[in-house]
Design a protein. Sequence first.
Length: 236
Amino acid sequence: MRVLVVTAVPAERDAVTRAFGGDPEVIDVPGARLHRAGPFDVVAGGAGPAAAAAVTAFALASAPASEPYALVVSAGIGGGFAPAAPVGSLVVAARIVAADLGAETPDGFVPVTGLGFGRDTFLPPDTLVHEVAAATGAVTGTVLTVSTVTGSAARTAALLAAHPGAVAEAMEGFGVAEAAAGLGVPALELRAVSNTVGPRDRGAWRIGDALTALTGAFGKTAHVVESWNRHDRHSD
């Protein structure tokens, strides 16, 4: 079983492959460069949902028919909503939500579903979410996909009011899930928290600690996803 892991930047990709030691095998496919480590093919696809969706689609479509991907994981660092997800913690998405896909109106923000088309939420496989969380000690909840990183208390409050179950925000999960759904492949999102969502303070970010946590998480995740694929995938 192969699992596709999509990160935004090479530092996140390398944090994932580091969990397996040695130098990963590098495989070039149309539109993507995969780093193979353990059961994971990891690609750094760029920041934002559009780039993430594009590289996910390229990689999935390039898989040989004899060895299709069983799962796609959107992975990397992200912001955590206090106090649910403190800096250094891990988060697994129970819901992947496009938080700013929609329209501004005089009465406030209306999600794309409220406009009568599209979708703004994906639900990862429930059994897998809980098994990965149990193995890694991660928090579960809604992970918001945003195109602009939150940098103010007002925006933080607005997001939590609209999404009370939100535990983290990042920039790629919804794009990855959208592309995966188009090809009938389930998606998961796993994040290590590098900063608290709120007023922007780069001095308080702990990117190195978050990347280390991401490495540890993937070291504990490989056997979980393999077991899920064998025993639970079709029951989710």
